[in-house]
Structure formats: structure tokens, C-alpha cells
Design a binder for this molecule. Structure first.
Ligand code: T3D
Length: 267
């Protein structure tokens, strides 16, 4: 039996999903998409999971769409556009990006190697992105006549501003991890040999924090991009009211008062 295209491991409350098509640099087939979405759904539904780590097997994180997949492969001898890529986005990439944005626990990307096209934007959709120093991020779309997808058009200008979003997208160059950190595209670039340990340590730290508040923070920061100032203040008021009734808030304040470490359990 062939190995799964997404490997699943669990250490304590941290679930790690490893894209596993190393011979094709973990590029996306329909099967790998279905598997990843199903594993993200399973992690979201499992109360024993408080943080997810997403990484890749072998030397790559993910090279985006598998361009050899019959679902998208173009016959060089045939005239005109052969495949409906909008249908691919609708079936696979949009649900994946929406799933990541609605995860009830934080998601950490451990970018272990090249992340290209939708593979780069897969990582950028995660809440915290760590990258190995040898990794590169590539908005590879323009090179094959496409635009950034999987949320790239929304994420890139928010992360790095319009000038860099355009430079990265139009030129499709290899952006080294250290430069990605400097631009604010990712959270941190770390030495290759420490990446997985640092990702696990970070995920464990997040898993001990008040999950509901972390997720509400992500959602509020994203939503506030589209709000005027007072609407953002009203959103803060609504979310703070909700969180103020949570067990985690009670626990956080009690722990502070009692001078002990908090034990957060809400999800
Ligand atoms: O199409 C739709 O459904 C719409 C949605 C699109 C979303 C997208 O992601 S579009 C962007 C698709 N991705 C790319 O254009 C990236 C293509 N790959 C590359 O440019 C390079 O492979 C890399 C820069 C990522 C890495 O370069 P390098 O030199 O380190 O490795 P390599 O030799 O090019 O690749 C190694 C193997 O992986 C090679 O196979 P082989 O020759 O050893 O049998 C190569 O063909 C394969 N591979 C790499 N990327 C893909 C791939 N196979 C299929 N699809 C890929 N995307």
C-alpha cells in the first residue's frame, strides 16, 4: 500500500501534518488536497488538539499545484486553455484557505524548504510561519501565466505592502527565508537543524495559552483590515465581552492573583 500524502503525528496537544509527496516537492494533487482538508477538519474537531503544525517531507515545504496532474496538465501541442482552473480553485484552494482562516486552534507553518505558488501562500495562511534559513518562498504564478491564489492577493499587500507584494508577484523571484523575515512576510527564520524543534516548542507554548483568545485575536486582526476605526473598536468591545465570560479569563485572572501558572482549557 502506498504511503499517505499527509502524515499525521501527535505529541501532547500538538498535531503535526506533514505533506508527503517529496519526489514532486510535495506539490498538490486532488488527492493530497482532500487528505489535507480532511486532516485539518479532524484536528479542528478533536478537543485533544490545541495547536497544529504544518510542514513538508524531504527537501521542500510545497511546490504548489502539481503541474503534471492530469487535472491541470496542459498538452503543449493543443491550442488554447485546456483546463478550467477556476473549478480547481473552487474545489480545492478556496476551501483550503478558508479552512485555515477558520481553524479553532492556532496553526504554525514550519517551512522546511522551498515553498512555491500555492505552497508559499499555504504557509502564509498559517498563524505563525517559521522557516529554515535555507528555505525560499516563490510567488511562482506569473511565470506560468497566473495570478497569486490561495489568498495571496489578500495576504501579500497586508503582510509586506503593495510595493513588495507587486515585486514578489510580478517577478516571481526566490525570496530567501531571512529576507522574508526582514520584510515581515513570515514570523522568523531559524537555522535548518533547529526548525522542527523550534516549531514544536512554539506550538507547545501556543497550546498552553488561552486558545479562544488566540483565535479571536487572529479573527479580529483580519477583520479589522476591512473596518473603520470605530467599527474596529466595536468589534473589540463585542469580542472582549464574549471572552470576559470565558473560563480561560477566570483562570487567567485567578492564576495571576494567586501567583501561580494558569491552566487554560477552553477551546
Ligand atoms: O493550476 C491550478 O490548479 C491553479 C492553481 C495554481 C496554484 C499554483 O500553485 S500555480 C504554481 C505551481 N508551482 C510552480 O509553478 C512551481 C514549479 N516548480 C519550480 O519552479 C521548481 O521545481 C522549484 C523552484 C519549486 C524547485 O526547483 P528545484 O530546482 O529545487 O527542483 P526541481 O528540479 O525543479 O524539481 C524537483 C522535482 O520536483 C522535479 O521532478 P523530477 O524531474 O525530479 O522528476 C520537478 O518536476 C518536480 N516538481 C517541482 N515542482 C513541481 C513538480 N512537479 C509537479 N508540479 C510542481 N509544481
Amino acid at each position: 500500500m502506498s504511503e499517505s500524502t499527509v502524515l499525521v503525528t501527535q505529541r501532547g496537544p500538538v498535531r503535526t501534518l506533514t505533506l508527503n509527496r517529496p519526489a514532486s516537492l510535495n506539490s498538490f494533487t486532488g488527492e493530497m488536497h482532500d487528505r489535507l482538508l480532511s486532516e485539518l477538519n479532524a484536528a479542528a474537531d478533536d478537543p485533544g488538539v490545541r495547536c497544529v503544525v504544518l510542514t513538508g517531507a524531504g527537501r521542500a515545504f510545497c511546490a504548489g499545484q502539481d503541474l503534471a496532474d492530469p487535472a491541470v496538465a496542459v498538452d503543449p501541442k493543443a491550442e488554447g486553455a485546456a483546463k478550467d482552473l477556476g473549478a480547481m480553485i473552487e474545489r480545492y484552494y478556496r476551501p483550503l484557505a478558508l479552512r485555515l482562516h477558520s481553524m479553532p486552534v492556532p496553526v504554525v507553518a514550519a517551512i522546511n524548504g522551498v515553498a512555491a505558488g500555492a505552497g508559499a501562500n499555504l504557509a502564509l495562511n498559517c498563524d505563525v510561519a517559521l522557516a529554515a534559513r535555507s528555505a525560499v518562498l516563490i510567488q511562482a504564478f506569473a511565470k506560468i501565466g497566473l495570478i497569486p491564489d490561495t489568498g495571496g492577493t489578500w495576504l501579500l499587500p497586508r503582510l509586506v505592502g503593495r510595493a513588495h507584494a507587486l515585486g514578489l508577484s510580478l517577478l516571481g523571484g526566490k525570496l530567501p527565508a531571512a529576507e522574508a523575515e526582514r520584510l515581515g512576510l513570515i514570523w522568523q527564520c531559524v537555522d535548518d537543524e533547529t526548525l522542527q524543534v523550534q516549531a514544536q516548542t512554539l506550538a507547545e507554548r501556543l497550546s498552553e495559552m488561552p486558545t479562544k483568545a488566540l483565535v479571536a485575536t487572529r479573527n479580529a486582526l483580519d477583520a479589522a483590515q476591512l473596518l473603520d476605526f470605530d467599527a474596529a473598536l466595536l468589534q473589540e468591545q463585542r469580542l472582549q465581552r464574549e471572552l470576559g465570560f470565558s473560563g480561560d479569563y477566570r483562570e487567567g485572572v485567578s492564576a495571576f492573583t494567586e501567583k501561580r501558572s494558569p491552566r487554560f482549557t477552553d477551546r
